[in-house]
Design a protein around this ligand. Structure first.
Ligand code: SF4
Ligand code: F3S
Length: 106
C-alpha cells in the first residue's frame, strides 16, 4: 500500500484524494491516512501531493516507518474524503518542516 507521511501534517492539501480510484483516503483534523486494505498500489496519488508526503510502504523515508502502521490505524477511525478541499491557511508555512508527528491531531 501507499502511505501518507509526516509532511502531510498541517499541510493537508488534499489533491491526492481526487485521483484515487478506490477512495481509500480518510480525513482527520490535520492529516490524511490511506487505508492499506483498500489501496491497490496504482501510484496515481504519489505525484499529486504538493508536499511530497506520499510513498510506497517499502520506501518511506528513514525515520518515518511508524507512519505505515499509523495510516492503517487512523484510516479505520476517520471518514473517507473524495473531493479536494481548501488546505489550511498556513499550509505553506508548515510545508517542509520536519518532525510534525507530535502535532498530529486525532
Ligand atoms: Fe489510492 Fe492508488 Fe494512492 Fe493507493 S496508490 S492510495 S489506490 S491513488
Ligand atoms: Fe496530505 Fe499531500 Fe494529500 S499534503 S492531504 S498527502 S496532497
Amino acid at each position: 500500500a501507499f502511505v501518507v507521511t509526516d509532511n502531510c501534517i498541517k499541510c493537508k492539501y488534499t489533491d491526492c484524494v481526487e485521483v484515487c480510484p478506490v477512495d481509500c483516503f480518510h480525513e482527520g483534523p490535520n492529516f490524511l491516512a490511506i487505508d492499506p486494505d483498500e489501496c491497490i498500489d496504482c501510484t496515481l496519488c504519489e505525484p499529486e501531493c504538493p508536499a511530497k508526503a506520499i510513498y510506497p510502504e517499502d520506501d518511506v523515508p528513514a525515520g518515518q516507518e511508524a507512519f505505515v502502521a499509523l495510516n492503517a490505524e487512523l484510516a479505520k477511525g476517520w471518514p473517507v474524503l473524495t473531493e479536494r478541499k481548501d488546505a489550511p491557511a498556513d499550509a505553506a508555512e508548515w510545508d517542509g518542516k520536519p518532525g510534525k508527528l507530535p502535532l498530529l491531531q486525532r
